[in-house]
Design a protein around this ligand. Structure first.
Ligand code: BES
Ligand code: MG
Ligand code: ZN
Length: 498
């Protein structure tokens, strides 16, 4: 499906479907929707206002039963005008595409630039979201299905006559494509079976798809770097661990940032084996890794003045004769010793070394993204991700930007008492304590491996992999946090982040 903006009236574009919109409760059909209404004998006014067939509630879609045998009009509900956001436009467009794409006769769709008319939102942001939504609507992970979901839509066109708005829309479409392709790439990676996706194949994928300089370190090299904590987690698997370091370097970076993704390609729990129901989706335990690969790919095309390092310590957490054991003491890269209390709290053990590696790069800021704790999932469900760190200002800024992108993050506390359960008799720290306050305890554990760099920790355990469709209609791998991270890194390039 090709998505583009055209500088034409919506009526002058040859299409099988015209998509217009209405806010909830409108009594007079205006804007571009009004133009379409007048062109077709006030059919919209007739069905919406006179016959009350459509209320304009957010996400409501109504197909007018008429007109032209070759043309359909779909009205999309934008909900209450004061509540419309660009993220809502994305989810709405995903629904529109998902609804239309399987209809055989629908090959060309033309849409108004939702939100940029009476809605008053930034045209660039609206076009970006329409593009992202369209490409999300089309997404499905069906490579292992014999019958695949076909998308019959060949062209999805945003019509805009106004010069300035058209130019903004065109730019927004390009950004939207970069972001959406990156998000869908991550979804594919996360959904992929762990039989095929393990540290070596993940690292090859990163080399081929990150679109930036990418170094992969093998076990011996990682050993020389003193990353014993990372290696301990991977030692029970037949698959060799790989440290992946991707690097985007613009000419005069204003800032340097490292993003670190948890990269457990399968988390069986290790010798502290998970029960079957908890293990079932644990191929998603590299969602943080997928996110950072996707983010740096997008960054390589968006080219902000920010230097970005993306780091993944990839391994598998398996039980076996060579696996690390409860009670083992490991000396991490920083020299700090870790007593393994539970081999299933492996993510933080790998991140201890990955964060230390990131800090050695001398960056201004570190963000880690991890499917880290079941406790975070218990606290926030799949509705919001957890966020912690050592810098409240940056956390607040991240949350604000993420919300704008339609992703929710909720700050969890890092009171020092949460660290009490990590006290060890034989080492500097244990990797876990009790069950209670588990997300915060994990945050405290990670903080011990960063000495001074401002740091944000994103716990996406509950939001990375969904058992029912979200507002965008996505099930399975959600690709969460990617859009927020891209926006957070590129924010200075943006003219619509009010
Ligand atoms: N990968 C899991 C966390 C997780 C749970 C992610 C559910 C997605 C959905 C992590 O490695 C883990 O096993 N954490 C343990 C820690 C515990 C042993 C302290 C957990 O949360 O149960
Ligand atoms: Mg685990
Ligand atoms: Zn895990």
């Amino acid at each position: 499906m090709e998505i583009k903006a055209e500088k034409k009236s919506i009526l002058d574009i040859d299409a099988d479907v015209i998509v217009v919109n209405l806010f909830e409760g409108v009594k007079v059909v205006g804007g571009v929707t009004g133009i379409v209404d007048s062109a077709y004998n006030n059919v919209i006014t007739d069905y919406v206002i006179n016959k009350e067939k459509f209320s304009g509630k957010y996400m409501e879609l109504y197909e007018l039963p008429i007109i032209d045998k070759n043309k359909k009009i779909i009205i999309a509900g934008l909900g209450k005008q004061e509540e419309l956001t660009i993220a809502k436009i994305r989810d709405l467009t995903a629904k529109i595409v998902r609804t239309l794409m399987t209809k055989e006769h629908v090959q060309r769709v033309v849409t108004v630039l939702h939100g940029a008319g009476i809605g008053g939102l930034c045209p660039k942001g609206c076009a970006q979201m329409i593009t992202e939504g369209a490409l999300s609507g089309e997404y499905s992970f069906d490579k292992y299905k014999t019958t695949k979901k076909e998308n019959n839509i060949k062209e999805f066109i945003i019509a805009e006559v106004d010069d300035k708005k058209y130019e903004s829309a065109k730019a927004g479409v390009e950004i939207g494509k970069i972001v959406a392709e990156s998000v869908n790439m991550a979804r594919d990676l996360i959904n992929e079976s762990s039989q095929y996706l393990y540290p070596e194949t993940l690292s090859k994928f990163a080399v081929e798809n990150s679109n930036v300089e990418t170094k992969v370190f093998n076990k011996e090299e990682v050993k020389k770097m003193g990353m014993n904590a990372f290696l301990a987690v991977g030692q029970g698997s037949v698959h060799e661990p790989k440290l992946i370091h991707m690097h985007y370097k613009p000419e005069n970076p204003k800032k340097k940032i490292a993003i670190v993704g948890k990269g457990i390609t399968f988390d069986a729990g290790g010798l502290d084996l998970k029960p079957p129901s908890s293990m079932l989706t644990m191929r998603d335990d590299m969602s943080g890794a997928a996110a950072v690969i996707a983010v740096i790919r997008a960054i390589s095309f968006l080219k902000p003045d920010v230097e970005v390092h993306a780091i993944v310590a990839a391994c598998e957490n398996m039980p076996s004769g060579s696996a690390y054991k409860p009670g083992d003491v490991i000396i991490a890269k920083t020299g700090r010793s870790i007593e393994i209390d539970n081999t299933d709290a492996e993510g933080r053990v790998t991140l201890a070394d990955a964060l230390a590696y990131a800090e050695e790069l001398g960056v201004d800021e570190i963000i880690d993204i991890a499917t880290l704790t079941g406790a975070c999932m218990v606290a926030l469900g799949s509705v919001a991700s957890g966020i912690m760190g050592n810098n409240d200002e940056k956390i607040a800024e991240f949350i604000k930007i993420a919300n704008k992108m339609g992703e929710r993050f909720w700050q969890l506390p890092m009171y020092e008492e949460y660290g009490d359960s990590l006290k060890s008799d034989i080492a500097d720290t244990k990797n876990t304590g009790g069950r209670n306050g588990g997300a915060s305890a994990a945050g405290i554990f990670l903080s011990k491996f960063i000495s001074k760099t401002p740091w944000i920790h994103l716990d996406i355990a509950g939001t990375a992999f969904l058992d029912k469709p979200n507002s965008e209609g996505i099930k399975g791998a959600a690709g969460v946090s990617i859009r927020s991270l891209i926006k957070y890194i590129t924010i200075q390039n943006c003219d619509c982040h009010n």
